[in-house]
Every structure is written in C-alpha cells, then in structure tokens.
Design a protein around this ligand. Structure first.
Ligand SMILES: O=C(O)c1ccccc1N[C@@H]1O[C@H](COP(=O)(O)O)[C@@H](O)[C@H]1O
Length: 609
C-alpha cells in the first residue's frame, strides 16, 4: 500500500515531510482552502509524485498548474464530469488522474462506471461541509460492495487512531483494490503545517504492521516476483534485456485506461465474454452437490487461452514488437496466438512438439489457416517442454523485434504474474455471476486442471487469499502416479528450475528433467507455474491426481449428462467428482477450460466409437 500526505503549504515543512519518503505529496490548488499553496513548491525527490488537488477548476487552469509545478498527478475533488476528465487525460496523457468521490452513509457505486476509462485511480473521501479536508472518517464497510478493479485511495480523516482499523481493513476483501492511504488534516499543527514526528511514527507503525500481515497472508506474487519460495527470473544473460523490458513495463501498460478499455472491448466483442456460469443440474444430481461450470470452452477458439493472448498482443503492440513467437502443447495456445496475430496483422511463429503435432492435427491445421508457421520441436519427448525450449532459443536470437507470448503461468518473472492477471477475468466474472445466482461471491470449492496452470490461476485468482474458499488443483496422473508415465508434478516433483522459474519440477536424482506423460497434450508438462508450487507447498490448495482412464470416463459422462463435450484437460477436473465427496449444500465451481473438438480422435480411439 502506498502513502499520500496532503495539504502542506510551507516550503520547510514540505522538505521535512518529503524526507519521510511518502509515495505522493498533495498540494491544494483550491484558493478557498486554508491549505491553499501560494508559494513555489520546492524540489522533492523524483520518486515522490506531486499531486495537484483541484475543485471544479477549469481544464486550462489544471493544465497550466501541472506544467508550471511539474506535477505527476491531479486529484479532482469537485463535481468534475467524465468529459472533463477525458479532456485532462488527452491534454496530459502522462499525468495520473485521481477522481474523488465523497461518501456519507451510503454510496451508489454505479456512478463510477463511466469514469473507469478516463481516470487512473478513484479516491474515496468523507462527504462534509467542505469539498475536502473535513477530518472525518466514513464507514469503510460501504466499500464491501466495491464493484470495480480500479485501484483506489482511501481518505477522509485518517489519523493515528485509524492504524488499527486500517490493519483490520487490509485483511478484508474490500481492501483488495485499496492502492494508497491518504492523510491530511489529522496530522496538522495548524492548517497546512504537518507534524513531522507524528507522521513519521504513523508511517513506521502502519507499514511495518501491514508488511507483517501481508507476509503471513498473501498467496499472490510479491514485489520481487516470488510466490513464497517459488518464481523469480533464472535466465541466461542474453535473455535479460527482453525480460527486463517487459518487467519494467507490464504493470504500467496494464494500468493505462486505454489498454484496459481495448482489452475489455476485445474480450467482450471478439472473445464473447463473459463466459456463462452454468448450473449443471444433472451432474449436480448425480454427485449430490451444487455444481457450476465456468464455460471457458465457449470462448472464441474454444478455450481460456485467448484471454491471455489478447492481453499479450496488446502488450506487444505497445512495446512496438512486430514478430510474435509462441509455444504450444495441445495446440489451444498456438491457435489463440495465431488468432490474435491474424487480428493484428503480425507475423506468427508457433513451436510445437512433433508428438503433439501428430496428436493435435486439427489445431495444427487451424494455426496454418490463420497464417502462422508451425515449427516442430524435435528434441527430448517432442512435447510442450521441448517446444518451450525452442521458443526461448528463438527469442534469444531475435531480441529486438520479437515478443514471446508464453501461454501459461510459467517462465521467468513477470510472465507468471502477467498471464495470471490476464486470466483473472475468469474469477472476476465468477464473483458477480455467483452473486446473481447464489447471493454470494464466494463458492465453497473451485476446481481446475493444472498443466502449467493458467486456467487454474485465472479461476483461483480472486480467491487466493480467501482461505474459506477451497482450491482444488487437478494434475494428470497419466497411467498412474507411480507408473513412470505421469505428469503429476506435485506428487513427484522437487524444487528445481525450468524455463526461467524456480518451481516444483519432475526430475531425476541428479536433476535431469523427467519426461512427462498424459493422454492430454495440455497437461503433460514436467513442472507447474510457481503460483501453484506455492499453493501446494503451503497447503493452500488441495492437489488431486487423475489418471487417463478416470479423465476419459469423466469426459464421456459430461457429454451424456449435460450435452457438453469437454477438452480432455477439463475432463481431468471433472473426474474429481468420483474421487472426492462434496456436501449437498456446497457450491462447487469447476473451470471447464476448453472444448473437446480438438480431442475427438482421442475420444474415438479410446472408446472405439
Ligand atoms: O484539505 C483541504 O483543504 C482540501 C480542500 C479541497 C479539496 C480537498 C482537500 N483535501 C483533501 O481531502 C481529503 C481528506 O482530508 P482529511 O483527511 O479529511 O483532512 C484528502 O484527500 C485531501 O487531499
């Protein structure tokens, strides 16, 4: 969480408060305020963003003030309209826009929606006699209904006595998008003069306690790119510039309103989102529990993979890359990548293991029809791991113009986090869909299959730190966990490094990667993404291994009970119902990650249809 200190007006005091290194310093450019700044702002360290606070000022005044004072953000604290924010954004594209909303006893969150694309942050303050600086807190419980994913500043009368409530709030769901704490009048000796010692104490106490709480709580990535012990970027020196360019830019780009707008629009109009959350009545009756299927199989191209490739192609565009490479196992990610390259008119090269090319012929044909070159990986087991090796080799050789669209939550940081964020749309939708259908945002259980783990990462994302939601990760046991022909990484793996990431990995005693096997081309990866390694190591998620036979039978059962032909990957998740009992009143959401058309030949051969 960031800290903003607002409303200083004396140069010496500004310098003193700047030495506390808050993230933002706010200056009131509203001449009716007792904190109005009429002097020149002294130079402060570059790491601190200077925010100009305005109340219904003309757009010209805002622009001139920003340029004159070299501000990095504007806080619009009046009744500024959407078009007004748009004008400011157009005239000052690099300036952060913080739009303020004042809350009394209740708040209609619908008013936020039109502002989503024209500002970078919301700020919630207490409604009072003055436009701001009233010194009263509002009831933060109101934020429990916050419907957006836009990060917000929490403001209004925050002082020493709010440390405890903030710490409590930080563990709640309502705090998920709380980006910064904003303090002002509660730390004053007189209006515009802040109390250095009290602020120093406040900052120390609040942030050390928050860090301690977050350390023990979060199952999501930390600022160094690790999930617990797992993750990081273990890459050859020659790959460093490519990965570093992405690391430095991905969060910034994803936070741009124009990026979000384009991503959301393509997910809606091109992919066909939201994907339905379907109550599977006959399946529920059979297993005597409430089963919902999150229908990622209904997305354009037939799986969840497109959520990520849409995000990454927009990322590649913004990074100025003209050539796209990808690896693929089942072919779903290859098809999703070829699709977005066709959509954007970019060159596309997909690496695919020779074995996978043979067992996923329809997807190979699709990629070619979409204009991609499919290059066979001929080394090792000639499956996904080897295709990934080839793609990495290509990227090393073509660092400047090429973006590598990794298809799962694997690879060096920032890929696992970036892909998880793009896929998190799945659980974001689950929350409001469950609210509509069950009157609550949380299920009792979420089930998803895991190869690298992007489908599971998307389905788990919103619930990672909600420990009352049970997460069930399903791996491929192939011919049996101990058969030597398996891809059950959690059962068989040990800590190791694969494709730039420290994670759980199937390996021999001397560290050679073991060849994985599964009937499902999307699950036979010898590792898992670092998020899942941590979920396993900490016991946060339940891991279940499902054999080829169990998966195939569960897939057939879904065909005949619900009229849905699932991908064999998803069939592994479905097989959990035969292996584990759920209570009748429990709500179980299963991510149906893909459709089974690509697997038709496997089904035909297996069942001798
Ligand atoms: O502080 C002011 O005088 C002020 C005047 C006009 C608009 C905003 C103002 N301050 C902002 O108000 C909030 C909450 O302050 P407080 O903690 O309740 O004193 C804060 O964001 C200030 O930036």
């Amino acid at each position: 969480m960031k800290l903003k200190v607002c409303g200083m007006k004396f140069p010496d005091n500004i310098n003193a408060i700047a030495s506390l290194q808050p993230d933002y310093l706010g200056f009131i450019f509203y001449d009716k305020s007792a904190r109005f700044i009429s002097t020149e702002i002294p130079n402060v360290p570059k790491a601190i963003k200077k925010v100009g606070v305005f109340v219904n000022a003309s757009a010209d005044t805002v622009v001139t003030t920003v340029l004159k004072n070299n501000l990095q953000a504007v806080q619009l604290h009046g009744e500024e309209a959407v078009d007004y924010c748009k004008t400011i954004k157009e005239q000052l594209p690099n300036i952060e826009i913080i739009k303020v909303f004042s809350i009394k006893d209740e708040f209609n969150f619908d008013v936020l929606e039109p502002f989503e694309t024209v500002c970078d942050y919301f700020l919630f303050d207490t409604k009072g006699k003055l436009p701001g600086g009233n010194g009263y807190t509002f009831n933060w419980n109101i934020l429990k209904k916050y419907p957006s994913t836009k990060p917000y500043f929490l403001s209004g009368g925050i002082g020493d006595s709010e440390i405890e409530p903030i710490l409590e709030f930080s563990t709640s769901k309502a705090s998920k998008y709380c980006y910064a704490i904003d303090v002002n009048s509660k730390f004053e000796i007189e209006p515009g003069l802040k109390d250095f010692e009290r602020l120093e104490q406040f900052k120390k106490q609040l942030f050390s306690n928050l860090a301690a709480k977050q350390h023990t709580m979060s199952y999501n990535i930390n600022e160094k790119g690790y999930y617990g012990e797992f993750g990081g970027a273990y890459i050859p020196e020659m790959l460093y510039p490519n990965v570093e360019e992405l690391r430095q830019n991905y969060l910034k780009i994803m936070a741009e309103p124009s990026f979000k707008e384009e991503f959301d629009q393509l997910l809606k109009d091109y992919v066909g989102r939201p994907s339905p959350l379907y109550f599977a009545k006959r399946l529920s009756e059979k297993y005597n529990t409430k089963i919902y299927l999150k229908r990622e199989d209904l997305n354009h191209t037939g799986a969840h993979k497109i959520n990520n490739t849409i995000g990454q192609i927009l990322m590649a565009n913004r990074l100025g890359k003209k050539r796209i490479i990808a690896e693929t196992g089942a072919g779903q990610h290859g098809v999703a990548t070829a699709t977005v390259c066709a959509l954007m008119g970019l060159e596309c090269i997909v690496y695919m293991g020779e074995i996978d090319i043979a067992r996923q012929a329809p997807n190979v044909a699709r990629m070619k029809m979409l204009g991609a070159s499919v290059i066979p990986a001929l080394s090792g087991s000639r499956t996904l791991k080897d295709a990934t090796n080839e793609a990495i080799r290509d990227w090393i050789n073509n660092p400047v113009d090429t973006h590598y669209i990794i298809g799962s939550v694997v690879g060096p940081h920032p890929y696992p986090d970036m892909v998880a964020r793009f896929q998190s749309v799945v659980s974001q939708e689950m929350e409001w869909q469950l609210q509509e259908k069950e009157g609550r945002t949380k299920p009792d259980h979420v089930i998803a299959c895991v190869g690298g783990g992007s489908n599971a990462a998307g389905a788990f994302y919103q619930y990672l730190d909600e420990t009352d939601v049970n997460l069930i990760a399903v791996e491929a046991a192939g011919l049996g966990v101990d058969s030597g022909e398996s891809a059950a990484t959690s059962a068989l793996g040990r800590e190791g490094i694969i494709h730039g990431s420290k994670t759980l990995l199937m390996q021999t005693d001397d560290g050679q990667i073991t060849e994985p096997y599964s009937i499902s081309a999307g699950l036979d990866y010898p590792g898992v993404g670092p998020m899942h390694a941590n979920l396993f190591a900490t016991g946060r998620a339940e891991f279940i291994s499902i054999t080829d036979d169990e998966a195939m039978n569960a897939g057939m059962e879904l065909c005949q009970l619900e009229g849905i032909i699932p991908a064999i990957e998803s069939s592994h998740a479905l097989a959990v119902f035969k292996n584990r009992k759920f209570e009748p009143e429990e709500v179980v959401v299963l991510s149906l990650s893909g459709r089974g058309d690509k697997d038709l030949q496997n089904y035909i051969d297996y069942f001798k249809i």
